[in-house]
Design a binder for this molecule. Structure first.
Ligand code: AHR
Length: 680
């Protein structure tokens, strides 16, 4: 397998990472077939609740990779809708090109420098009786649901010739019409014209045709086809099935906008949150850094329109009950690309961006940036509590820049926790260097990343058992098991990887006194337009599904509990060393003990569970079981629930019972104690 993600010679991705995760092949089984083992005893010390589990323990990492924003969560159907791509007709094609005598031209309008909308299209139809048309291909097609309504809109003006009409038509992949409308009365003044199209059929790969009827010319701009059905029925709203999947995870936080996209390949293409506010029509698009990152997965049509910008992000966080966690550029472009640095004496702009972001999120309406938030429809603050300084940076250059950010931010906003970077690898010289410096600087929370083999996750479930308890807390900010190797296009979201992550997550949870936040990465992948795999959620233009990894995350997050409970496996507190992995917590509001057990063997296992010190144990408990005997099992658009949790009641007796764990399984047991109620 080729490791395509080559850093420039001056920056070397820490060797440990590459060496560890580039695997010869996928292991056929999680562990060799074993004879059934004698029952292990799991003792949960219910009367010894420990540290409080942070609400942020399980969260989400969003990055606009794999068409996660445009073409994904942001449901605008028209690509390059205002002809601003460097190739201004990318995504568009002329209809009947051979026969039509008209012309199609992209022109520039005199607008202010900060406008994101400079270009428009002129369609000059030929002689009477002929039509001139163009067609938009959408994002690997346009998805339309039968019976659903789509709002077509366009800025248009009549330029010359006789009055002309604009015919708008949805065309299915097979060529049939799926709905049409005609816009008349187009005057010489720029005006927005709208029409509602109700789709007469279902198609994930439709296209949108626009035809000028009559002999004359029309100018067109800001072409849009937007589904009426959006999350919370919002204008410029998000795709509901994808938001639902996020909300169902009960995420503690939402990291945004990444990821390397924060950094840009060069500093001028870094993510700049201020340019993502205001009227979506005016937001200036930039190239998406994943457009050309991987030679094996080029995406020349991948741009960031910022229709999903920072306001929409804060709103989404609020909607799904997640703390916002914006990650800001710290004056460093991606170190896997140019590694361009903003000189230390020119960091002010970057630091000011951070200060202004706090004001945008939390400031009073009377403040400059709080006022902009209010003008966009959210006078109340977004309650921002933390910010990431840089993404996956490393080296002394990072520490120098982090120090400057921390100095200013801590003085002005001591209430905001700062997330700092431990680099791209979970161990090695750079990692140790960063941790040592960040410890000296008394950093709040350090972000660790691990894109490693499934086995690494099983072998490292005890990683945090011996981490120092004083000093910075840990954010496992990006992780995912790589079935083949990091960023290999052959990686799969299979059950082996997900179950290995589950084993590891028991260790994250058991150490929730130090591990404050965790998130799988990346979040989304369009099945026809991805660059990076594996991903938590896959979708096409109409459907979506959670991977086995998604259901692991969901089970942990939805069954988090509020306090840690000590759990011993066969008398030892050091669990996770063999093939059973456990963690336990107390959900004080529900009055329930929650025990998670991961069995990574291909054999069923009986365990004897003891809820030591538990009072008033409810006889019936509730189990949630995620299992599959095939480590290669995957979910898909057609079989979205092949690996999905099953709820089953079980007998909890008086707090001591035997439970049979399925082969290759994650089991969550909830038992009511001390008068608590049992979930049904
Ligand atoms: O999640 C994909 C990428 O992996 C992220 O953009 C980056 O932070 C990491 O290298």
């Amino acid at each position: 397998m080729q490791f395509f993600r080559t850093p420039p010679s001056s920056f070397t991705r820490p060797l440990g990472l590459v060496a560890l995760v580039v695997l010869a092949g996928v292991q056929a089984r999680l562990a060799g077939a074993q004879p059934s083992a004698p029952p292990s005893t799991l003792t949960v010390q219910v009367d010894q609740p420990g540290a409080r589990i942070p609400d942020t323990l399980f969260g989400l990492f969003f990055e606009d990779v794999n068409f996660g924003a445009d073409g994904g969560l942001y449901p605008e159907r028209v690509k390059n809708r205002s002809f601003e791509f460097p190739d201004p007709l990318m995504g568009w094609k002329q209809l009947d090109a051979g026969s039509s005598r008209g012309t199609v031209q992209v022109l520039e309008q005199g607008v202010s420098d900060d406008s994101g909308n400079v270009h428009y299209l002129r369609l000059q139809a030929g002689s009477r009786g002929q039509t001139l048309g163009i067609s938009n291909e959408g994002f690997r097609g346009i998805g339309v649901e039968k019976g659903a309504e789509y709002i077509f809109s366009v800025r248009a003006r009549h330029v010359n010739g006789e009055p002309v009409r604009l015919r708008v038509e949805l065309i299915g992949a097979g060529g049939s019409s799926l709905g049409r409308a005609t816009l008349e009365d187009i005057t010489p003044a720029w005006e927005t014209h709208t029409a509602t199209l109700r789709a007469t059929g279902r198609d994930a790969q439709a296209s949108l045709n626009l035809r000028v009827e009559g002999s004359g010319a029309l100018d067109l701009d800001l072409v849009s086809l937007y589904p009426k059905d959006t999350w919370r029925d919002r204008k410029n709203g998000l795709r509901p099935d994808l938001v639902r999947l996020l909300k169902d995870m009960k995420p503690g936080f939402l990291r945004f906008p990444g990821g390397c996209i924060v950094e840009g390949r060069r500093l001028d293409t870094r993510y700049q949150w201020k340019t993502t506010l205001g009227d979506p029509d005016e937001r200036r698009l930039i190239v998406n850094r994943w457009n050309s990152e991987f030679r094996h997965r080029p995406a020349p049509d991948y741009y960031q329109s910022f229709g999903l910008g920072y306001f929409e992000y804060f709103q989404l966080s609020e909607d799904i009950g997640a703390e916002p966690l914006p990650i800001l550029n710290c004056g460093m472009a991606c170190q896997f690309n140019s590694g361009e640095l903003a000189p230390l004496d020119e960091l002010d702009t970057y630091i000011q961006d951070a200060l202004d972001l706090v004001e945008f999120a939390n400031g009073p309406v009377a403040s400059e940036w709080g006022g902009k938030r209010a003008a966009m429809g959210h006078p109340k603050p977004f309650k921002l509590k933390m910010i990431g300084i840089g993404n996956e940076q490393w080296g002394p250059q990072y520490i120098e820049r982090y120090r400057e950010f921390a100095r200013v931010l801590k003085a002005k906003h001591p209430e905001i926790a700062l997330i700092s970077s431990a680099g791209p690898s979970p161990s090695g010289e750079q990692f140790d260097y960063l941790w040592a410096r960040l410890r000296e600087l008394k950093a709040d929370i350090v972000d660790e990343h691990y894109y490693m083999a499934p086995k690494w996750f099983r072998d490292n479930a005890g990683r945090y058992d011996s981490y120092p308890r004083n000093g910075p807390k840990v954010f496992a900010g990006e992780y995912a098991s790589q079935s083949v190797g990091i960023a290999s296009p052959n990686n799969r979201n299979n059950w082996e990887g997900a179950l290995s992550e589950a084993a590891f997550v028991t260790g994250l949870e058991r150490n929730a006194d130090i591990v404050q936040m965790t998130s799988y990465a990346p979040l989304f992948g369009h099945v026809d337009a991805w660059q990076w795999t594996p991903n938590l959620i896959w979708f096409d233009n109409l459907r979506s599904y959670g991977t086995p990894n998604y259901y692991v995350q969901k089970l942990f997050s939805a069954n988090r509990g509020t306090k840690l409970l000590p759990v011993r496996l066969d008398g030892s507190a050091k669990n996770g060393a063999g093939d059973l992995f456990t963690s336990a917590s107390l959900d004080e509001a529900a009055g329930e003990v929650i025990l998670k057990v991961v069995n990574v063997t291909p054999a069923a296992r009986e365990v004897r569970v003891r809820l030591a010190g538990a009072k008033n144990v409810r006889k019936k408990g509730q189990a949630f079981v995620l299992a599959n005997s095939d480590p290669k099992a995957e979910n898909s658009l057609d079989e979205p629930m092949k690996v999905a949790p099953v709820a089953q009641p079980f007998e909890a007796a008086t707090g001591e019972f035997t439970y049979r764990l399925l082969p290759n399984s994650l089991t969550v047991l909830r038992v009511g104690v001390a008068g608590g109620r049992v979930r049904r």
